[in-house]
Ligand binder design. Sequence first.
Ligand code: PLP
Ligand code: COI
Length: 330
Amino acid sequence: MAAFGTVFTPEMIISRYEQNQWSTPAMVSSNSISLHPGAHVLHYASTCFEGLKAFRHADDSIHIFRMDKNVARLQQSSALLALPAFDPVMLSNMIMDIVRQYAADVPSPPGSMYIRPTHIGTEGSIGKAAAPSLNSMLYVLLSPVGDYFAGGAKALRLLLEDDARCASHMGMVKSGGNYASALQPIMKARAAVQADQVLFCPNGDVQETGAANFLLIDGNEIITKALDSSFLHGITRDSILTLARDRGMKVSERELTVDELLERAVRPGAEAALSGTAAVLTAVGTLIHENKEYQVGGGEAGQTTAALRQALNDIQWGKAEDKFGWLTKV
Ligand code: PLP
Ligand code: COI
């Protein structure tokens, strides 16, 4: 399969906000958009996006996972970036319409259709460094995908970085600038210690990686940072914690320090994992900190991680009852 996110359906759906109103959403070519070179997004990074997935069930019906949550998060990101507000029903309908149009292209498991709603400030005015864009574009791209991590089921290597991924009040915004600011540390970690990802731990506080949330599993307990503005409130994180509680596990949403993590992660039976729409739930096998390597669960993917990933996939693929009402049928 082609690399994650490199293949797109020929069309996307778009609505434009101009003169204080949203245009009727239209299907257009996904090959290009036209922007003023002084567009707000290109200079002042007024861009936010979402990532969600549609799944094909055995009866060929297509289902979108937790669309309401992703739509709500894009509304929140848009508000925090001072982009024009949109009606969540309009965006939900845009997502449903484009997925229905390309239902035949939704891959069978283990693949899925990755859905990328995007909202950008388009006003062509470079004087607006400290003012919001009056105009914007909201569009939904589709990309049939397989596994995000090229290594497949291989447990990941994470480098612990003492710095933040982005500004502490922007972490909960799914905005392009946050990804740009994390690039140098990730590239350095790849080159220096062949890390797959960086785990950002500002002031010893275990936060998240560049594209997924971090979970420590220790016996019957699952530990992850409590929600605050400094990191992305992952919808997969919420789903996994819900599934863990449902299985009788203890869920601890609280501060986790690097010291506690490194101490607990090497205990027998400990596991660590990354959660995200693209990452699903991927096991972490090695933590690297101050030139020392710590093997988690002997460096292999853990059983609880595999069981929770399976439980999530079973709901997404229609093999288990959708008891939390997470799927929307297209
Ligand atoms: N954190 C970051 C920085 C991400 O890019 C993602 C991916 O979307 C996540 C966490 C996980 O969020 P979600 O589970 O909603 O996909
Ligand atoms: C996602 O999981 O949806 C992400 O945004 C991760 C990455 C592809 C940027």
